[in-house]
Design a protein around this ligand. Structure first.
Ligand code: MN
Length: 250
């Protein structure tokens, strides 16, 4: 059955959310599982939201990698499924050429969408980890348009080299930093709920899949955290006002 095309402005009644698929340059188990999701479950929904770090690394839209995934996304959007991508801290250089090739719409981070009359804040989640000062400083630098322009002007091989160095540096930082520092800051979460008047936040990045129920100024709110795809898949299925966080065993 072909789903009705998701037109702009339409509220989708069925959605899939994923984050942190972390697809590597070489095809592996995560890629096979993600492609399976794109070909089986994703065609049944109105919209697919990828909340950042689809790719483990992205040094520019001129990279030839990940063609199978890009083709599968393009096929979905050609079938009328709205495909939306937020930048993660790994793939923040996804640009308009990627969007065109994949049929995906790049959304700003954070962004508020309405589902069944509820305000839902979609974000990768790294901006909420305000206790990690070293990371936030780095984030500010690499999100500068001028920095990105200069980086993208470098030869592809140089960019790949620099990205590998950055990933090694990130691994060292992660190994040396206490886990609580790398989780979201409760104050930043509360501020995000208040600033956007959101009823719900869906994010990834921390690789701590969970549904957190809390209150903001006496109002019940939910924060759904998607898991990473390193050992198994993770997604949120949304249908008619209900959200289900699911682990997808491999
Ligand atoms: Mn991330």
């Amino acid at each position: 059955m072909t789903p009705a095309p998701a037109r702009a402005g339409d509220e989708p009644s069925r959605c899939l959310f994923v984050s942190d698929v972390h697809l590597d340059a070489v095809a592996g188990a995560a890629e096979a599982q993600f492609l399976h999701l794109l070909r089986t479950e994703a065609p049944q929904v109105d919209a697919l939201y990828i909340l950042g770090d689809l790719f483990e690394s992205w040094v520019g839209d001129d990279t030839p990698a990940h063609q199978a995934v890009i083709d599968a996304l393009a096929a979905l959007s050609a079938d009328g499924i709205g495909c939306f991508v937020l930048h993660g801290n790994r793939d923040f250089l996804l640009g308009s050429d990627f969007a065109q090739r994949s049929g995906c719409h790049l959304l700003p981070d954070p962004v508020v969408r309405e589902f069944a009359g509820e305000r839902v804040l979609l974000t990768h989640g790294d901006a909420l980890c305000t206790d990690d000062h070293a990371y936030q400083e780095l984030r500010t630098i690499v999100r500068e348009p001028l920095w990105q322009q200069q980086f993208l002007a470098l030869p592809l091989a140089t960019r790949e080299l620099l990205a590998n160095e950055a990933r090694a540096g990130s691994r060292t930082h992660t190994a040396r930093t206490r886990p609580v520092i790398m989780d979201v800051n409760p104050g930043a979460v509360a501020a995000a709920f208040r600033a956007t008047r959101a009823d719900r936040i869906i994010h990834g990045h921390t690789h701590r899949p969970a549904v957190h129920e809390t209150q903001i100024d006496g109002q019940p709110v939910h924060r759904i955290v998607l898991g990473a795809w390193y050992e198994q898949g993770s997604c949120v299925s949304y249908e008619a006002g209900r959200y289900q966080l699911r682990a997808l065993p491999r």
